[in-house]
Design a protein around this ligand. Structure first.
Ligand SMILES: N[C@@H](CCC(=O)N[C@@H](CS)C(=O)NCC(=O)O)C(=O)O
Length: 232
């Protein structure tokens, strides 16, 4: 059995999958995809993922993209415990809800505000800032309403991985979200109780923090959907 993960070192979805692999203690080969070099834009890479996005899991020839699907597959196939992805329908529904919320609402706002302006020719606008505050406020409400230690239950679940790596992007640019007290508390709990998992996110965070100061020159890239920043 050979499990390979195509992953980008500062990509929140990739880092969430790496946290999961670590949490379930599964051996795998990490294949670093160089985003700046456009490794994922080739026709060769499109055979792994027609969306030309990172990460991709290759489980002995079974190819899977979309980080949420990868997280769900990994725990269903390789993890016996009932904690990371509970089998009870309602408990599992909350985990699935948080995964969808992150992808469609929370990380999408963070990505638009934090990541897109670092890598491409986008600005941080009053509207993208407003959307980010709404996303933080909603996450804060979910945490407060559930009243649990983690995002979907009192123990860590696969939902916490992408929510953690999304929130890490805010820390990378020193964005103050302390007024969202439930988010801050959950984030600090994650770090404190899961130092090995946090380390994975932290390595990516350092890269993003560096890129925030010195945005990468992607002027060689011909991206199909994102405007490339012109370098003078
Ligand atoms: N929905 C996808 C999103 C993955 C994604 O956006 N990955 C970024 C890197 S962090 C990417 O590959 N972007 C391609 C590009 O911007 O060219 C997932 O969760 O796996």
């Amino acid at each position: 059995m050979v499990i390979k993960l195509y992953s980008v070192s500062d990509g929140p979805p990739s880092l969430a999958v790496r946290q999961c692999l670590k949490a379930i203690n599964l051996d795998y080969t990490l294949i670093n995809v160089d985003f700046g070099a456009g490794d994922h834009m080739t026709e060769e890479y499109a055979k792994l993922n027609p969306q030309k996005e990172i990460p991709v899991l290759d489980d002995d020839g079974f190819l899977l993209s979309e980080s949420n699907a990868i997280l769900q597959y990994l725990v269903e196939k390789y993890y016996d415990g009932n904690d990371l992805y509970p089998k009870d329908p309602k408990s599992r529904a909350i985990v699935n809800h948080r995964l969808c919320f992150n992808m469609a609402f929370y990380y999408s706002s963070i990505s638009a505000y934090v990541m897109a302006p670092i890598f491409f020719d986008y600005q941080r606008t009053p509207l993208s800032l407003k959307k980010l505050h709404i996303a933080l406020d909603v996450f804060n409400t979910y945490l407060k309403t559930l009243g649990a230690k983690y995002s979907a239950s009192d123990n860590l679940t696969i939902a916490d991985f992408p929510l953690c790596t999304a929130t890490m992007c805010l820390e990378a640019i020193n964005f103050d979200f302390s007024k969202y007290s439930y988010v801050s508390k959950w984030y600090e709990t994650f770090k404190r109780e899961n130092p090995d998992l946090w380390k994975i996110a932290e390595e990516g965070m350092k890269e993003i923090a560096e890129f925030e100061k010195n945005p990468p020159d992607l002027s060689h890239m011909d991206h199909p959907i994102h405007p490339i920043r012109k370098v003078k």
